[in-house]
Design a protein. Structure first.
Length: 374
């Protein structure tokens, strides 16, 4: 029993020593806090609020007419008294009016990403039929200047009408469209969302170029797209209004057996058509006007608006007889294995697309001049 008491006594003694040390530490900290508070109070007491004109507070009050009227009994209250106080406060460096500027350099909120380029919707690539191919070109045979020669037989034993067919071998090449950009691995790791933003920007770039080539590619070789304006048939309108020129082209195509179902316009031409007004009456809008929420159409044909079309030109298409050739969809790759990239810790971001256009019948695409005088 005596051993147990001795052990308990030693334990209590050790605990008492620990508590004494802890309380001594707390006491020292409280003394420091008291000293700091006293210093703040003394500095605060030494600050004398100054009015904007340099006067101190007693001077401002002694000159107050409202306070004088209250003291003399002329009024029951002083009302508001403008003390004109100007107490110096800590401000941001960006809001400082002194020279040199003084204050806290407040850090602005940072928005991630890269800005300065509008990535417009590429609706033409979605509107056209797509055909996947497994080579660098598509060859097909189409007829030139075909005209139906079927006719009535002029009695028995007489010669029947003969059909003339002039075949032509056409090759639609696949065009490779690509773009790349270098960036250090450090900045890609340290800047949130930078890699994704660069990938989106470069991918959109090759798709926009592909749309431009599908519309107006010059062709002429085995690696460049021959676009609609190069492959299509020029239509000469006989009416003046732009919408009616498109409608006349569609009617002419329908008379020849085609089914036009798409119109491609420059944004300025679409605006001119949509905002056209009558020249008489109350000058109301000819079409739906700016307030209409309906999908853009001209004579029932859906409209794709693209700045890749030359202003003043409209393209009417029978989509049954054209196809976008998909050899490789737009993709983005990142690599450090190019040149000295690995040693320099540089990553190359590459966007690439392989695409072509097949116009199986030039008469299925009408190119119209909307600006020529009638």
């Amino acid at each position: 029993m005596s051993d147990m008491n001795s052990t308990l006594h030693d334990h209590l003694k050790r605990l008492d020593g620990q508590l004494s040390e802890r309380f001594a530490d707390y006491d020292a900290k409280l003394r420091n806090i008291d000293a700091d508070l006293l210093d703040v109070q003394q500095k605060g007491a030494s600050i004398k609020p100054q009015a904007r004109n340099g006067s101190n507070l007693p001077q401002v009050l002694s000159k107050s007419q409202a306070l004088a009227d209250f003291k003399s009994g002329a009024s029951r209250g002083t009302g508001p008294i403008d003390l004109g106080l100007s107490i110096k406060a800590l401000t941001s460096l960006q809001g400082s009016t002194s020279s040199p500027q003084e204050g806290i350099d407040v850090q602005s909120q940072r928005e991630i990403g890269l800005y300065g380029h509008a990535m417009r919707p590429l609706t033409l690539l979605e509107a056209l039929p797509v055909r996947a191919i497994g080579s660098n070109a598509l060859s097909f045979t189409r007829m030139t200047d075909f005209s139906n020669a079927a006719d009535t037989q002029e009695g028995e034993a007489t010669s029947k009408a003969e059909q003339s067919i002039t075949p032509e071998l056409v090759t639609a090449p696949i065009e490779t469209i690509a773009v790349w950009h270098d960036a250090s691995r450090q900045v890609l790791d340290d800047e949130p969302g930078l890699a994704q933003t660069l990938s989106m920007l470069l991918q959109h770039g090759v798709q926009a170029k592909a749309e431009s080539q599908i519309i107006a590619g010059a062709g002429g070789n085995n690696f460049t797209i021959s676009g609609f304006t190069n492959e299509g048939t020029t239509f000469v309108p006989t009416v003046a209004p732009k919408a009616d020129r498109i409608g006349e082209s569609a009617a002419t195509m329908q008379a020849s057996g085609y089914q036009p179902d798409l119109v491609i316009l420059h944004p300025n031409d679409w605006f001119a058509i949509r905002s056209e007004r009558a020249v008489s009456g109350n000058e109301q809008y000819v079409g739906p006007g700016w307030a209409s929420a309906a999908e853009p159409t001209v004579y029932g044909m859906p409209v794709v608006v693209s700045p890749a079309v030359t202003a003043g030109t409209a393209i009417v298409v029978d989509r049954r007889l054209v196809a976008v050739l998909d050899r490789m969809d737009a993709r983005v790759e990142m690599s450090t294995e190019s040149g000295n990239n690995f040693k320099a810790n540089i990553a190359t971001i590459l966007a690439e697309m392989r695409v072509g256009l097949a116009v199986f019948d030039p008469k299925a695409v009408n190119v119209i001049d909307l600006s020529t005088s009638i």
